[in-house]
Design a protein around this ligand. Structure first.
Ligand code: ADP
Ligand code: MG
Length: 240
């Protein structure tokens, strides 16, 4: 579903992604870990072309992401993204935040968009917050709204960039639980996170990045029991 083939990316002279080869199949959950600055966010952002690659090829469902002829809006509709900071519109209600893109981009009717928004709000466990404003919600609730907003577009792929890093510790669990449920339903997910419990329980594969390279790719069991790379070992010893 997602294929990186010898992908390189530069920011000016800075070589941020180096010869990335990575294949993610439908329904897989891949957790990306690695030190700050190793290129994890850039890797995710290339998938929905928030960043463009410099060399190599990247395809999503057989569509070449770098090709100018590829319909980028169609590509993005199929890929939901959840960020560390929730990026909700403060002056819109929870329901309005979720309905916005389905109305504008998918052309759904008010009624249809509302029905779908309420369905996903229920799914993330905050159906009762539909008419609240983001500022009236906790961080964990706001992040769940952001997930519902992504799901309302009916994507086949969900990308998560450190979705719990900005949350108070007591709210991390509720967001991870929503993500776990999504994984169990077969959503294809690429998740940048340092939540090792989540990775261990949910990930099909762990990808360890360092200085722009994928240094190691393994199942959680293999990775935690015996990381092959010294840098991965060092990284794990720091965060566990
Ligand atoms: P991570 O998410 O692993 O912390 P990033 O992908 O955000 O890493 O960044 C990787 C490197 O690229 C960092 O050194 C960062 O400073 C640099 N970088 C990120 N975005 C830009 C940009 N738009 N322009 C120049 N350098 C960038
Ligand atoms: Mg990052």
């Amino acid at each position: 579903m997602i294929v990186f083939d010898r992908v390189n990316k530069y920011y000016g002279d800075f070589h941020v992604l180096k010869e990335i080869n990575l294949t993610i199949k439908k329904g897989e959950v891949v957790v990306v870990i690695g030190p700050s600055g190793s290129g994890k966010s850039t890797l995710l952002r290339c998938i929905n072309r928030l960043e463009t690659i410099s060399q190599g090829s990247l395809s999503i469902n057989g569509l070449n992401v770098a090709d100018k002829k590829t319909d980028i809006n169609k590509l993005r509709r199929n890929i939901g993204m959840v960020f560390q900071h929730f990026h909700l519109y403060p002056h819109k209600t929870v329901l309005e935040n979720i309905m916005l893109a389905p109305r504008k981009v998918l052309g759904q009717s008010e009624e249809e968009a509302k029905k779908i928004a309420l369905k996903y709000l229920d799914k993330v466990g905050i159906g009762d917050k539909a008419n609240s404003f983001p500022s009236q919600l906790s961080g964990g609730q706001q992040q769940r709204v952001a997930i519902a907003r992504g799901l309302a577009m009916g994507p086949e792929i969900m990308l998560f960039d450190e979705p719990t890093s900005a949350l108070d510790p007591e709210m991390i669990g509720e967001v991870l639980d929503v993500m776990k449920a999504l994984a169990h339903e077969g959503m294809t997910m690429v998740v940048v996170t340092h939540e090792m419990g989540f990775a261990r329980e949910v990930a099909d594969r762990i990808v360890f990045m360092d200085e722009g390279r994928v240094l190691e790719e393994a199942t959680p069991a293999e990775f935690y029991a015996n990381p092959r790379e010294e840098r991965a070992r060092l990284f794990l010893s720091r965060i566990l």
